[in-house]
Design a protein around this ligand. Structure first.
Ligand code: MN
Ligand code: MN
Length: 458
């Protein structure tokens, strides 16, 4: 018996929770919560990333002319994406980690403002895959940019500072919800019902038809110089006004909005900030628009990485072609995946799902039933990654995103791998992804950070 127990221990897979280095895990999450609190939109996240890069000696790529290993540089793409790099001893290959700065939220429609039932209201159009019923009765903050007719850029930020008012979409009370509860589950709250409370005090003038709308518009005009037409050209986003918090009696988890995927943004940012002279050129890519398919000029499906590679090669005075450099590179698509939820175990295969606390989840593929819409990492590359994790004693796990035919999800892995570079998905697993508040384990956050750091240096 003893002999077989020994054998079993040696050859069976057994992944345990790993809270070794507890004080490091806990203190790392403090900085993380701070970042999350001030990085709720893609623009705010990018501004914070650039601030951190610059104070660590990264310079805009057009200002750098050097081949010296250890030189730090970055490129900003329209305030919504950033690619940062550190020249390696071997500059002909990238070690890329890509994460996304955008998260599901409520954007405003082009003409959002109206008055109804004595209330000024704003119409929203949700961004990304949300369960719409989760976004009612949640305190919301407003962030974004809006231009005046003369072209002056106004940055709005209301709801996240102490003492600020917040905004709310009121749901139907249970007393009157009988017809609502008979709706199909996916129609409990519909897109056109996600209208946001914006004001209630009317202008004191009975000759005016929309007195409340005029009152809020007057306030916007006095405070920011805005007129209603300015909404037509604006980018205004409503996000949960929740502050990041510790979850659990043991403070083991973080509850925050937008952890998909700013958990990977923060961990890979901290990782590259700690790298001095990497073996190969380390590249951290922070991209926008993942939640709607990585589209547009700030999404990972654009040519931004190839253009960046071209800029980099001319910066270091290399004759290498960007396509050759990228083909020889290695990548991690740093993104969150699902963790086993004890309340809803049915949607996952218990043997092929990640668990909170067991380390960074390294996935060969994402996608859905039949492995559509994903990268499928090569066994050779999986093996490289396993070696890196083992060598550095980083706890990790693997799995799939849900049971085979239930659903699935995409990441930027398929857009990185099309350059010919090896790519793998790796990030902390989470609960309640895309909800106004998502939950991650601090152990997994730290484990992801450690993986990204050794990967950048390798
Ligand atoms: Mn994601
Ligand atoms: Mn997502």
């Amino acid at each position: 018996m003893k002999k077989n127990e020994k054998l079993q221990k040696k050859i069976f897979l057994d992944r345990k929770s790993d809270w070794g280095g507890l004080s490091k895990i806990m203190s790392f999450s403090e900085g993380y919560k701070e970042f999350m609190s001030s990085s709720k939109t893609e623009r705010l996240a990018i501004a914070n990333i650039i601030k951190a890069l610059e104070s660590s000696g990264f310079a805009r790529i057009e200002k750098v002319k050097t081949k010296k290993p250890g030189t730090k540089f970055y490129k900003e793409i329209k305030g919504k994406s950033v690619i940062a790099g550190i020249i390696g001893k071997d500059p002909d290959m990238f070690q890329v980690i890509g994460s996304h700065v955008d998260s599901p939220r409520l954007d405003l429609k082009p003409s959002p403002l109206y008055e109804d039932a004595g209330l000024a209201m704003l119409q929203s159009h949700y961004y990304g895959g949300i369960k719409k019923y989760q976004w009612v009765n949640v305190p919301l903050a407003l962030h974004g940019v809006i231009f005046t007719k003369s072209g002056k850029k106004v940055e709005l930020s209301i709801g996240d500072r102490k003492g600020d008012p917040v905004f709310i979409i009121p749901d139907i009370e249970p007393h009157l919800a009988k017809p609502q509860m008979e709706r199909k589950p996916n129609k409990i709250v519909e897109g056109e019902e996600l209208n946001i409370l914006f004001g209630n005090i009317p202008i004191d003038d009975d000759d005016i038809k929309e007195q409340v709308k005029l009152a809020v518009m007057k306030r916007l005009n006095e405070d920011y110089g805005l007129i209603e037409e300015d909404f037509n050209t604006a980018e205004l986003e409503f996000v949960p006004a929740y502050e990041p918090v510790d979850v659990g009696l043991d403070r083991s988890m973080v509850g925050a909005y937008g952890q998909d995927d700013k958990v990977c943004v923060y961990t890979s940012l901290q990782a590259i900030l700690q790298v001095k002279v990497p073996v190969h050129t380390a590249v951290a890519m922070f991209v926008d628009k993942e939640e709607i398919g990585s589209v547009g000029d700030t999404g990972a499906a654009s040519f931004m990485l190839q253009t960046f590679a071209g800029d980099y090669l001319s910066m270091i005075g290399s004759d290498l072609r960007p396509s050759t450099l990228l083909e020889h590179s290695r990548a991690i698509s740093a993104d969150t995946t699902v963790a086993m939820n004890p309340n809803f175990k049915d949607v996952n295969d218990p043997q092929n799902v990640s668990y909170l606390g067991k380390g960074v989840a390294v996935e060969k593929y994402g996608g859905g039933g039949g492995k559509y819409n994903t990268n499928d990492a090569h066994a050779e590359y999986m093996s490289y990654m396993r070696g890196l994790l083992d060598k550095n004693k980083i706890s990790w796990q693997t799995g799939e995103l849900g049971k085979i035919d239930i659903g699935g999800g995409g990441t930027i892995a398929m857009f990185l791998s099309r350059y010919g570079m090896d790519c793998i998905d790796a990030g902390p697993p989470g609960l309640a992804m895309h909800a106004p508040i998502e939950v991650m384990s601090k152990a997994d956050i730290y484990s992801a950070f450690r993986l990204y750091k050794v990967f950048f240096s390798d």
